[in-house]
Design a protein around this ligand. Structure first.
Ligand SMILES: [Zn+2]
Length: 681
């Protein structure tokens, strides 16, 4: 009994109970020609702008995807376009700076410095009535909301698809278009900011919200509706659908908002990934502790010296004041005080984020072993672990790794699905080679028993893979999902492996050339109006068709991963061109948040210098759009060579470095890694 009570008390004082949500990210591209702010978004730039990930309920639950938001920018404005489905269009407020969320509305939040203070809020209803506010800090931190603050030069327009304030019919929806002058975001006479005018690379914290009310038709009302009420006549609470969930029914938690990075590339340059800032997890940890203190004060009238949170170092705390700090994975020091002021001190030294593959199938259930393992890895400078294993194993290991300050990516088999008992019940899901043989039958599998590749054009197979994403995404605490084998079998093996299989693969051999299933052949016929050429290897349209088929699967999986507010990562062959040639994987077309090119020189009979050359070429072939973390195959490294290899890849300015894998990280290599991380790279 006593033990239970004590456990309950400890839980009440721990700030760790709240699950961490990983904020979504978005890369905003530049307009190429002037936009006419009419609420329509018909310009080519809007049509080609990438959409943000779907809205979710403010507490985090997935909802129907009925809002498409896009952003653009130029030197004068930040542009927002939101297209919203809505069966009942209504609005009542016509006076500027009314409390617009009393109507259904669309809201924009901008925290340009990402310090959870001094931020802008704009609300607009279907009558295009606008309310702008400037908040010196969130309400919880005694912030002031300046209602009389206006944005000079703000342009907005709405477009209705239906009839406003008419309850007898069903409407389709409405859209909002805004041009927000940068001058109002980055500086204001009453509240001078430190932040510089925006340039490519600038990162803002942002959120978007839709407030929805439950209504019923009421012809006596001017808007044709009235809000549904409870027994006391109080309107039922509104629902809030947001881009970045805050986990509670309160949008004013800017530490949870998404990241928007401005890109130098013009609209239509395609999807660009943004790496999650290295401070994300640390910031959330610090704010979780901060919010626990505010909650405690709300109940008891003072702060508590008893509130603990793993990784948070309390510098001082009394009943009225406190300060605490924590260290981000890149070594930056984050501090917060009782005023809610967040400060970030750059780390010295600083090194590239290291992503290490971890085999999660060993030491099952042995929490102590894993704690020690992750402590060792974090201590050596590893930033994120990519854990392979069952959903149960990854679920067990994620909180252990997170407690050591490591980010966690779940590893997933994509188009190759060894021993997938569900897939094996569907022979038609599998890829077929030029000889007509399917990967489904054990006797027909190319090279190795575990090559059980699915057809990239099978709808059933794709649905199955999306389900696998959903299952992994449900694991609490993940930063992302890392896809592997997002390709076809090797139609040409890396040169270093020809001898192993006794093959000369200087030409494409029919036994290793997939997918010639009836479905793929029929779709190719529909697309091109002809059959595959007799010399299939020379048929460029057929090659392109298969590259696009694989990219389509990749992008469906990436979008699904991002719809869970997780990062999409993928292990890819060394460069997009080489990957297209060897395994039909033109990953320059993949909408990834992180690509991990496997520049494993020994597979290709090359030297370590080749790995750096490939990393450089990969950056060029993707027009620097995708964050890259080229990988090192640890069995090929020695304690003497590892630091030079890390240095060589670092020179190509990647977003990080991959390391394969933890089982090959000998004590000597671990020590070499630690020394390299301590150098000021
Ligand atoms: Zn096929």
């Amino acid at each position: 009994m006593r033990k239970t009570l004590l456990a309950l008390m400890t839980a009440a004082l721990s700030a760790a109970a709240e699950p961490t949500t990983i904020p979504p990210t978005y890369v905003c591209q530049r307009t190429t020609s002037p936009l006419h702010i009419d609420g329509k978004g018909t310009e080519t730039d809007w049509q080609s702008a990438v959409r943000l990930s779907p809205l979710r309920d403010i507490e985090g639950a997935a909802i129907e995807d009925n809002t498409v938001i896009r952003l653009l920018w130029d030197d004068s404005y930040l542009y927002v376009l939101a297209d919203m489905k809505e069966t009942h269009l209504w609005a009542t407020l016509q006076e500027r700076d009314s409390i617009i969320y009393h109507d259904p509305d669309f809201e924009v939040f901008i925290d340009p410095e990402g310090d959870a203070r001094n931020y802008v809020e704009i609300e607009v209803n279907a009558l295009n009535t606008v309310w702008e506010l400037f908040l010196t800090a969130p309400y919880r931190s005694s912030g002031h909301a300046l209602h009389d603050w206006n944005i000079p030069g703000l342009k907005s327009a709405v477009q209705l698809r239906g009839t406003l304030n008419k309850s007898g019919d069903t409407d389709e929806g409405w859209s909002v278009e805004m041009a927000i002058p940068w001058e109002s975001i980055t500086g204001h006479s009453a509240h001078p900011r430190r932040c510089a005018p925006p340039t490519a690379g600038t990162v803002l914290r942002m959120n978007f919200s839709r407030v929805n009310w439950q209504v019923q038709p009421d012809n006596s009302s001017t808007c044709g509706y009235r809000k549904q009420t409870d027994a006391n006549g109080t309107p039922l609470p509104e629902s809030n659908h947001v881009w970045a969930p805050t986990g509670v029914i309160n949008i004013h938690c800017p530490e949870h908002w998404g990241y928007v990075k401005l890109s130098a590339n013009p609209a239509g340059s395609g999807y660009e990934g943004m790496e999650q800032p290295a401070t994300t997890v640390a910031q959330q940890r610090l704010f979780a502790w901060y919010r626990a203190q505010l909650d405690y004060r709300a109940k008891h009238g003072s702060y508590s010296t008893d509130i603990q949170h793993p990784g948070v170092n309390v510098l001082f705390c009394n009943q009225q004041l406190f300060a605490a700090q924590t260290t981000a994975t890149d070594g930056q020091l984050l501090s917060i005080d009782s005023q809610g002021v967040l400060t970030t001190t750059p780390a010295i030294p600083k090194h590239l984020p290291l992503y290490l593959w971890v085999q999660g199938g060993k030491h099952t259930g042995d929490t102590t072993w894993w704690q020690q393992h992750f402590t060792r890895l974090a201590g050596a400078g590893v930033h994120a672990v990519i854990i392979g294993g069952t959903v149960e194993q990854i679920t067990h290991l994620t909180p252990i790794a997170r407690a050591e300050g490591l980010q966690v990516y779940a590893w997933m088999w994509a188009l190759n699905r060894p021993q997938d008992t569900t897939a094996l019940q569907h022979p038609d899901w599998y890829a077929v080679n030029r000889c007509g043989k399917s990967c489904h039958a054990p006797a027909n599998r190319p090279f190795v028993e575990y090559y059980q590749f699915l057809c990239p054009n099978s709808e059933g197979a794709l649905k199955h893979l999306l389900n696998q994403v959903d299952k992994l995404a449900a694991i609490p605490g993940l930063s992302g999902i890392q896809l592997d084998y997002l390709r076809m079998p090797d139609v040409i093996l890396p040169r270093g492996l020809w001898g192993k299989y006794g093959l000369d693969m200087s030409r494409e051999l029919p036994e290793y050339d997939y997918c010639y299933c009836e479905r793929c052949q029929a779709e190719f016929r529909t697309t091109t109006g002809r059959d595959i050429a007799t010399d299939a290897e020379q048929d460029t349209a057929w090659r392109e068709f298969r590259l696009e088929s694989v990219a389509r699967v990749a992008n469906a999986l990436c979008r699904r991963i991002r719809s869970h507010n997780l990062r999409s990562a993928c292990a890819v062959f060394p460069t997009p061109k080489l990957a297209a040639k060897l395994v039909r994987q033109n990953w320059a077309d993949f909408e990834l948040d992180l690509a991990l090119p496997m520049v494993y020189h020994s597979f290709y009979n090359k030297t370590t210098a080749w790995a750096a050359t490939c990393s450089q070429e990969a950056a060029e072939q993707t027009a620097q759009r995708l964050p890259l973390a080229p990988g090192i195959h640890l069995p090929d490294s020695t304690a003497a060579s590892l630091q030079a290899e890390l240095d060589n890849i670092s020179k190509t300015a990647p977003a990080g470095i991959g390391l394969f894998c933890d089982d090959d990280l000998t004590p000597d290599l671990l020590q070499a890694l630690q020394q390299w991380c301590k150098k000021d790279n």
